[in-house]
Write a protein that binds this ligand. Structure first.
Ligand code: 5CA
Ligand code: ZN
Length: 424
């Protein structure tokens, strides 16, 4: 699958600090990519609707991590998926009478446009669930052969030409480390599994939490050749497990997404990767807080959405949107309001004014402060405050300019661009 064009990342003097981020498992700050190479998998969209501000906040958060790693001299490999076949997509297509493939292609293209406008660095590997089917089939066959997966009979009418081959589920009892990612109680796991796409009530499973790996063909649903599994389509968690494994190798450094993915999605995909890759999946899990709107989590299923593409169509500058997002720490849970956008637009104007001269206050301490803020769990609000302070000084009427440094505004402008992804 094609991703989107890469933004220019200007060179900066010096080098960024080693980046520490919050590990969702332990709650501690960790050096998530200690080596020269940082490998990250960021879960992609399910393309049945346009990119909303919550999605954008999550992708901008992980984009800060990519930029901070690069600034620290690390080679970054980024992979992402598009869940271009799944229940919510098929349900939406059925409800609106659109072909599910057309819906997915249209919304994926719009997502790519939104990411380009917001200056998000594209993934090196961008893979659709549909493209991953042969690799998923091979992985599920391997899990079955290992005794880590089993078949559950399907209802009459399901299973196409071979109805005796059932749906395939992972046997979580084959993974002694299951539960080690989120570290939730059993009750909490069962509650979240039911709430977030799981099927604890499905008859024939060994454990209500066992996740679907391969769903056999059903009338009216798309299906693919599943080799020894029989015709069907991939389960959600195994899709990400396989795409991450093939793109990055196992183990890899960070698996990221919004906080709603910690359980079951990242717990399950890490469990699959553990069994597929000698006991190791993602080393660190990082999650962005969920953005609310009108009092509730912004979500496609609730419909309380603010779309990036609609803001753009209304003439809002994408960089004002990016600044509005960066004004909130990525881990916080916050509510989007009109005031966020007004503040973002005002900050963009101020910064543009402030970097418009040739000379200005020394840029070095500000660059250091921005780097220090980002290295400390991607503290974008602190980074913005450091730039604000420089801009305030630079714009102070009648200030003494005798100590100004030639080229300082250029350094600030490039730092804002390279590290915060804000093109002035
Ligand atoms: N395709 C799957 C991941 S494999 C998926 O969750 N798609 S999604 O379109 O529903 O969400 C895409 C990303 O946006 C996920 O990381 C999700 O956690 C994040 N996200 C969804 N809603 C919000 C929100 N309100 N605030 C912040 N992030 C959100
Ligand atoms: Zn995912």
């Amino acid at each position: 699958m094609h991703s989107w064009p890469s933004p220019q990342i200007p060179a900066l003097p010096g080098r960024g600090l080693p980046v520490r981020v919050h590990d969702s498992t332990t709650g501690e700050l960790v050096l998530a990519a200690p080596g020269d190479r940082a490998a990250m998998y960021v879960c992609g969209i399910t393309p049945y609707d346009a990119t909303h501000i919550g999605h954008a906040a999550t992708y901008v958060a992980f984009d800060l991590l990519v930029r901070a790693w690069r600034d620290a001299g690390q080679e970054v490999v980024l992979a992402s998926n598009v869940t271009d076949v799944d229940d919510p997509l098929l349900e939406r297509a059925t409800a609106t009478g659109e072909d599910w493939r057309e819906l997915a292609v249209r919304q994926t293209a719009l997502f790519a446009e939104d990411m380009t406008a917001l200056g998000v660095v594209p993934p090196d590997v961008f893979m659709g669930a549909v493209e991953s089917v042969p690799a998923v089939v091979e992985a599920v066959e391997k899990l079955v052969a290992q005794g880590a997966a089993y078949r559950v009979p399907v209802e009459p009418g399901a299973g196409g030409d071979n109805p005796l081959l059932g749906d395939v589920y992972a046997d979580l009892s084959a993974d002694p480390d299951f539960g080690e990612v989120a570290r939730f109680s059993r009750d909490e796991m069962v509650r979240l599994f039911a709430e977030r796409g799981g099927d604890p009530e499905r008859e024939g499973k060994k454990d209500p939490l066992d996740p679907l790996l391969w769903r056999r063909e059903r009338p009216g649903e798309p299906s693919w050749d599943g080799g020894s599994l029989g015709s069907g389509r991939p389960g959600w968690h195994v899709e990400c497990a396989v795409i991450a494994r093939d793109a990055l190798g196992l183990p890899f450094d960070v698996q990221g997404g919004g906080a709603d993915l910690l359980f079951p999605h990242h717990e399950m995909s890490t469990s699959h990767d553990r069994l597929l890759g000698d006991g190791k999946g993602a080393a660190t899990h990082v999650h962005a807080g969920l953005v609310a709107y009108e009092g509730e989590k912004m979500s496609k299923s609730r419909g309380n959405l603010v779309f990036v593409s609609e803001l753009r169509a209304d003439g809002v500058e994408p960089m004002a949107v990016r600044l509005a997002l960066l004004a909130h720490h990525y881990r916080g849970e916050w509510e989007w309001t009109e005031a966020d956008l007004t503040a973002g637009a005002r900050r963009l104007d101020t910064w543009r004014d402030a970097v418009s001269g040739n000379g200005g206050p020394d840029a070095a301490p500000t660059l250091d402060a921005v780097r220090a803020a980002l290295a400390d769990d991607l503290d974008a609000p602190a980074a913005l405050a450091a730039v604000d302070a420089w801009a305030r000084l630079s714009l102070e009427p009648g200030r003494d300019t005798s100590a100004d440094t030639e080229g300082a505004p250029g350094i600030i402008s490039r730092a804002i661009n390279a590290l915060l992804g804000v093109r002035l």
